[in-house]
Design a protein around this ligand. Sequence first.
Ligand code: ADP
Length: 327
Amino acid sequence: MYTAQGNFTAPEKQQKLTQILLTRDSRFEYPNPASSLDTELAFLIPLVAGDKEMGILCLSSKTTRQAFSSDDIYLIQGLISVAAVSLRNALLLREVSIRDTFISIASHELRSPLTSIIGYAELLLRRQPPETTRQQWLTHIVDNGKRITSMADDLLNVTRIQTGKVSMKLEHVDLPEILNERLDMVKETSQKHEFFLKLDAGLPKALVDPDKFGQVVQNLLSNAVKYSPNGGLVVLSANRDATRNKVVVSVSDRGIGISPEDQEFLFITFHRIQRPETRGIRGSGLGLYIVKEWIEAMGGSVWLESELNKGSTFFVSVPASNSSNLN
Ligand code: ADP
């Protein structure tokens, strides 16, 4: 990750800078000038805190073309060492806050279903309830067991993403089959909602990991149900985007909607919107992060349109199969 100002702000220059940084070696670190790598670059100065390199300051040549004086360099060096320590502290703080959020969400999301399972199992051990009550208690046990499994799966998937261990098995797939299957699964979970599947007539196959794509669709559908607690229409659509050679799948609901400010943070791990309307709706805040990471790893993208208290539509685009990538 880097930020650029001055001479290297333009995207093509940033690309050039990235290339230089990737090819640099120890010869070019401060105080050696970097002008041998690029005439616009004066110095590459590592930001070191303790024994850790936090980043590199790339100084371009002065616009006046004058050389840097030794005073300039002392000043820059002093500022850089303070910046490196501040950066390290900020990163440490962020790590601690992510860990705290993780612990509080994970413990709540694991503990409360476990307490429920133990409670109903103990009741079953001690009492002889009528058959309908017994069925209800067993259903609670199964549902809460599923909640724990789903939380554990989310955590495992996040770990795989963050350690670069996601394995994508891309195949040329007919999407309607997957969409129908996942819609049927989510339909089972709500009697309040009406569900509708809308498919483009000439829908091409798509190049996706079928299992992960199915989980993405299911995730968006269950969010649509969860975040429209008063019910309403949930529409699952698939369309061809011929200009970009993509298939676009969308899920829309008539639920609580998301404000423009909140939309910015939706795809970050553990981020859950805190509003009176979301109180009591369960979740880990990991679903949309996984959706985005997986879809991008399939060569697609994710976006949304939403209006507060009116509803939301989430879109995912994935590469369409065509003669050049069909085999
Ligand atoms: P969660 O497990 O909390 O549902 P997600 O990562 O799937 O986690 O979603 C992150 C947050 O985005 C949710 O907590 C919710 O506030 C918001 N959100 C997701 N989908 C919708 C939707 N269809 N309508 C309104 N808000 C949504």
